[in-house]
Design a protein around this ligand. Structure first.
Ligand SMILES: Cc1cc2nc3c(=O)[nH]c(=O)nc-3n(C[C@H](O)[C@H](O)[C@H](O)COP(=O)(O)OP(=O)(O)OC[C@H]3O[C@@H](n4cnc5c(N)ncnc54)[C@H](O)[C@@H]3O)c2cc1C
Length: 476
């Protein structure tokens, strides 16, 4: 049997279930990746993410070559055009089977169903596999078979399933080398039209599965145990920074969990508090993926808590622009937004702070922020991004209660006690000494007027109370 292996968000050869299965078949494997610029644009894919995908695709092509597998790279504009293009390619090589790892977003599922129907119509077998999650959505369910809406009981069931099925959830390693290469690889484009990305600092997010594995190893060795204490401090490198690699599938979630459990002497829930906490973050990722299948409305720009559709978010383009450009007059918010725009990544604590600020203090629609994030993040991912935004807006599953609104000043003092992160990204405040860096309005008159940093665009306590009232009103 000759298999066509369709790569999507699984840009690696190691622990890749679909590739593994394709490689078992006997008569060779042809790999394919479909570039879809029109669809990427509709999905607000950030140019930095497109660049990261292309660089990883090149690494994947190199790795596949060592296994005698060619990587074809084809381009169509949108998902609607994928089925036909894949069928043509499959016929060109005479493939009798298509293998891919499942994706859970709505448009991706519609595309996959169309591909499956067309291939089956033409007598070509299709097999799909679980890869983005340790457990397929639908496997971890409540007592009555429904999807969990709350994270903690989901996590407890996930732990139980992991322990009971420890052999099944182990990473499966590399596929076997094929006897000979079928066809030849296409050149991987270095850029795709419409996604111009220019950076002098691509090394910051070096591509390749070997890089991701090294990062995983050194994170667990050097920061695993201290993760619980360091994970909320953006001035230091206390987190793994593996999100771009997980989102594009350059490393698998199974590999990360397995390495963490090994580093924790085989323990999942006990042992190193830091590593246990890190595993629980990986489970958050999985939780939000399951939510996509259990509650597809979240893929359609709808809130998880339907009654929050009645909220009348404000419309204020000036405030939105100030937030986007890091000019709100709240240093921690501004530093975070500048980190996002300048580097394509933002620390988790800061994502929560800026999302809470946009939705509760500016009272702007969470969908504006969700979209802005997608357009700038190297790790933009519908499920985690939507989950994070709806958590902060108090519209989501297991979300922050609407009355628990972050105070940006106390958050700032807690997560950046010395103001080091703020000074790094808000140079206007780099000379400000002591805790005034968190609240420049406390700097006395003349000195304050010499600093070119804006006043706060809204007052925290007034807007906080207004937000609480607005949420109370829809509940009444
Ligand atoms: C408003 C908002 C938007 C977000 N958007 C995204 C997004 O588009 N893509 C994305 O991958 N993450 C997103 N997150 C989650 C989280 O901020 C990032 O995964 C994390 O900052 C990545 O850094 P890291 O790899 O160093 O994480 P670590 O702290 O090392 O955690 C390890 C891994 O666990 C997963 N993880 C950690 N926290 C979360 C979480 N809260 N939800 C889901 N998965 C998590 C990630 O895959 C991460 O790489 C968002 C969070 C918020 C509050």
């Amino acid at each position: 049997m000759l298999s066509l292996m369709w790569f999507r968000t699984d840009l690696r050869v190691d622990d890749n279930p679909a590739l593994h299965a394709a490689a078992q078949s006997g008569n060779g494997v042809v790999g394919v990746y479909v570039v879809t610029p029109g669809q990427w644009d509709e999905h607000d894919m950030a140019p930095i993410k497109v660049d990261f995908v292309l660089r990883n695709l090149q690494c994947l092509s190199d790795e596949l070559k060592k296994l005698n597998i060619a990587l074809r790279v084809i381009e169509v504009d949108r998902f609607d055009d994928v089925a036909k293009a894949l069928l043509e390619l499959s016929r060109e090589h005479g493939c009798d089977r298509l293998c891919f790892n499942r994706e859970y977003e709505l448009n991706e599922r519609i595309r996959d169903e169309a591909v499956e129907d067309l291939f089956k119509e033409h007598g070509i077998g299709v097999e799909s596999f679980t890869d983005q999650c340790v457990f397929e959505p639908g496997e971890i369910t409540t007592g009555d078979g429904g999807y969990y809406k709350v994270y903690s009981p989901f996590k407890r069931s996930w732990y139980k399933a992991y322990q009971e099925q420890s052999d099944r959830v182990k990473p499966i390693g590399k596929p076997k080398k094929q006897k000979s290469m079928v066809g030849s690889s296409d050149a991987v484009p270095s850029e795709v039209g419409g996604f111009a990305f220019k950076s002098t600092d691509t090394n910051h997010w070096e591509a390749g599965e070997q890089v991701a594995k090294k990062m995983l190893k050194s994170f667990l060795r050097d920061h695993g145990d201290s993760y619980k204490e360091e994970r909320d401090l953006p001035a230091i490198e206390g987190t793994s920074k593996l999100s771009p690699y997980l989102v594009s599938g350059v490393i698998s979630l199974r590999t990360c969990v397995h390495a963490a459990v090994e580093a924790n002497s085989g323990e999942l829930e006990k042992g190193s508090k830091g590593i246990v906490h890190w595993i629980s973050e990986l489970i958050w990722r999985e939780f939000y993926k399951h939510i996509l299948i259990g509650f597809p409305r979240v893929s359609m720009h709808r809130p998880f808590q339907l009654e929050t559709e009645r909220i009348e978010w404000k419309e204020n383009d000036e405030h939105f622009q100030a937030w986007c450009e890091g000019r709100t007059g709240y240093p921690i918010v501004d530093a975070a937004m500048r980190q996002l725009v300048q580097t394509g990544w933002m620390h988790n604590r800061l994502r929560m702070i800026v999302a809470m600020f946009l939705t509760k203090n500016l009272f702007l629609d969470w969908r504006l922020g969700e979209r802005f994030f997608m357009r700038h993040l190297i790790d933009g991912d519908l499920s985690a991004n939507n989950g994070g935004w709806q958590w902060s807006a108090s519209t989501g599953t297991d979300a922050a209660p609407y009355f628990r609104i972050f105070n940006p000043y106390s958050q700032s003092k807690k997560c950046d006690p010395d103001g080091e992160f703020i000074r790094r990204f808000v140079p206007e405040l780099s000379e400000v000494e002591g805790s005034a860096v968190h609240e420049p309005q406390t700097i006395p008159g003349l000195l304050r007027s010499s600093i070119e940093y804006p006043d706060q665009i809204v007052d925290h306590s007034t807007t906080r109370n207004e937000a609480i009232d607005a949420f109370k009103a829809i509940r009444d």
